[in-house]
Design a protein around this ligand. Structure first.
Ligand code: ASP
Length: 437
C-alpha cells in the first residue's frame, strides 16, 4: 500500500466542522497514514490564530501581567472543538499542566507549541490514530537549530512501526528535553521531514487555497491554478514572493524525490498543485508556469571601456560589496559594464559611501544608481525550449510602453528576470500574464 503523509494547516483544523472535513479526507484514502497537524487557525476574517494567542499569553506572563483571560479564551476554542466532535479529552488536566509551567517559568517556545500539541492530540483521539509527540523525534541542538539528520533517524524509528499516526507540527526538543519551535508556518517542514522519514510516496499539504496561482490574485483577476511545476520553478516563484509552502519544507522532499501536492480542504475534489521532479506523461506543457515579482529593488551600473578585457574588474566590485556586507540579487556583465541588482533597503544608509569607494578603487567612466524598481520573474523551465514565450513577453511590455531596466536569462533557462519601474509593476504583471496564457 502506498504511504501518504498529509499535513493539515491551521484553517483546515480551525473548528469542529473543519475537523470533520479533515476526517472525511483522511478516511477516503487508506494511504493517508501519517498526519501532521497545525494549531487552530483563523475561522473567519478578523479571527485570531491560536499560535498568536499563545504568543500573547507568553508576553503577558513574562511581563508579570494577567494572562488568565487569554488562556481561558484559548481553552474555550479547544473546548468548542471537543464538544463539536463529541470526544473525550482531558482538557482541564492539560491546561492545568500548561498553567503550572507558565507559573513556574514562562518559556516562549514551549507555550507557542501547545497549539499544535493540543490540536494533534484531539485529532488523534477523533481519528483513533496514535498520537506522536515531536518532542521525541524532532531533534534540535541546545541553540534551537534543527538537527536534520538526527530528526530523520528518530522520526523513522517513531513513525515506521505505526499503522497510522498524528504527529504535531511546528516543534521538537533538544537533548535535555527543552522545547524549540521552527519558524512560523513550520508545520510544513515537519510534514516534509516526516514524508522523508517514512519514504512516503506523496506529501500532501492541505490548506485553504486550491494550489499555487500563476500570478498574484491581488493584481490579476482569477489567475489559473498551476497543476504541475518542478521544485526549481517553485523555488523561484517562492523566492519572488509567491507564498504557498514554507520554503524550508521544499528541500527535504525534493532531495528525496517525493512529490508535494497542495490541496484545498474545503474543495478536496479540486486537483490542486503538484510539485514533481518530472511532469507526468500527457500533461499539458505550459512554457511559462507563472509570473511573480517583488518591489524595492535598485540597479547599480558601473561602466568602463574595455571592462571585459580588464580581468578582475567585476571581482573587485563584488569584493567591495562583500566587505560592506551588501548582498546582491543579480550580477550582469556586458562588454563595458557591470550591472548589479540590489535590494534598495540594503543600500539605504550606505549608497554614497559605496559609490565613492567604487569610484576611488576602479576609476570607472560612469557609475549610476537607479532606484524604485521592481523585479519580475517569468518562470518556466520550458520557456526557451519550446516556443518564443520570452520574446512575446518582451514584445508585450514594449507595446505597453513599459521600460525595462535589466533583463537576465541565465543559461539554466529557468526564468527570465526583468526589472521595471515600480509604478509600472502591476501593469507589467498583467501584461505578462495575458501573454503567457
Ligand atoms: N501554528 C504555527 C504558526 O502559526 C505553525 C504552523 O501553523 O505551521 O506559525
Amino acid at each position: 500500500m502506498k504511504t501518504i503523509v498529509a499535513k493539515f494547516g491551521g484553517t483546515s483544523l480551525a473548528d469542529a466542522d473543519q475537523f470533520k472535513k479533515v476526517k472525511d479526507i483522511i478516511l477516503s484514502d487508506p494511504g493517508r497514514r501519517i498526519i501532521v497537524a497545525s494549531a487552530p487557525g483563523k475561522r473567519f476574517e478578523g479571527d485570531e490564530k491560536i499560535t498568536d494567542m499563545l504568543f500573547k499569553c507568553y508576553e503577558a506572563a513574562r511581563a508579570g501581567g494577567d494572562y488568565d483571560k487569554i488562556l481561558e479564551s484559548i481553552k474555550e476554542r479547544f473546548r468548542d472543538i471537543i464538544i463539536g466532535l463529541d470526544i473525550d479529552f482531558p482538557l482541564n488536566q492539560e491546561f492545568e499542566i500548561l498553567k503550572e509551567r507558565i507559573l513556574r517559568k514562562p518559556n516562549r517556545d514551549y507555550i507557542a507549541s501547545r497549539g499544535e500539541y493540543f490540536n494533534s492530540k484531539i485529532l488523534a483521539e477523533y481519528l483513533n490514530f496514535t498520537f506522536v509527540d515531536p518532542e521525541w523525534c524532532v531533534c534540535f541542538d541546545e541553540n534551537g537549530i534543527l538537527d536534520d539528520t538526527m530528526t530523520r533517524r528518530a522520526m523513522r524509528a517513531a513513525l515506521r512501526p505505526l499503522k497510522n499516526a498524528v504527529i504535531a507540527g511546528f516543534y521538537g526538543a533538544d537533548g535535555s528535553g527543552r522545547i524549540h519551535t521552527l519558524s512560523r508556518g513550520g508545520s510544513d517542514v515537519t510534514g516534509s521531514l516526516a514524508a522523508c522519514a517514512v519514504d512516503a510516496d506523496l506529501y500532501e499539504n492541505w490548506t485553504d487555497v486550491t494550489g499555487l496561482l500563476a500570478a498574484d490574485p491581488r493584481i490579476v483577476d482569477s489567475p489559473r491554478t498551476v497543476e504541475y511545476l518542478s521544485f526549481n520553478e517553485l523555488r523561484t516563484l517562492s523566492y519572488m514572493g509567491a507564498s504557498v509552502l514554507h520554503t524550508d519544507s521544499v528541500l527535504p522532499a525534493s532531495e528525496s524525490g517525493i512529490s508535494i501536492c497542495i490541496k484545498n480542504t474545503n474543495h478536496p475534489e479540486e486537483k490542486g498543485t503538484t510539485i514533481v521532479r518530472k511532469l507526468p506523461e500527457g500533461e499539458k506543457k505550459y512554457p511559462v508556469i507563472g509570473v511573480a515579482g517583488k518591489p524595492g529593488m535598485s540597479v547599480l551600473q558601473v561602466e568602463k571601456v574595455m571592462v571585459s578585457d580588464a580581468s578582475g574588474f567585476s571581482a573587485i566590485i563584488l569584493d567591495i560589496l562583500s566587505k560592506n556586507r551588501i548582498a546582491f540579487e543579480q550580477c550582469l556583465t556586458g562588454i563595458d559594464t557591470v550591472t548589479l541588482v540590489i535590494r534598495t533597503d540594503y543600500l539605504s544608509d550606505c549608497k554614497e559611501d559605496l559609490i565613492r569607494e567604487i569610484k576611488n578603487t576602479l576609476n570607472p567612466d560612469h557609475i549610476s544608481l537607479t532606484e524604485n524598481l521592481s523585479m519580475i520573474a517569468v518562470v518556466g523551465e520550458r520557456s526557451t525550449d519550446t516556443c518564443d514565450a520570452n520574446v512575446r513577453v518582451l514584445q508585450a511590455l514594449a507595446d505597453a510602453g513599459i521600460e525595462i531596466s535589466t533583463i537576465n536569462q541565465g543559461a539554466g533557462k529557468l526564468n527570465l528576470l526583468i526589472a521595471v519601474p515600480e509604478e509600472k509593476y502591476e501593469q507589467a504583471i498583467r501584461v505578462i500574464y495575458s501573454t503567457i496564457e
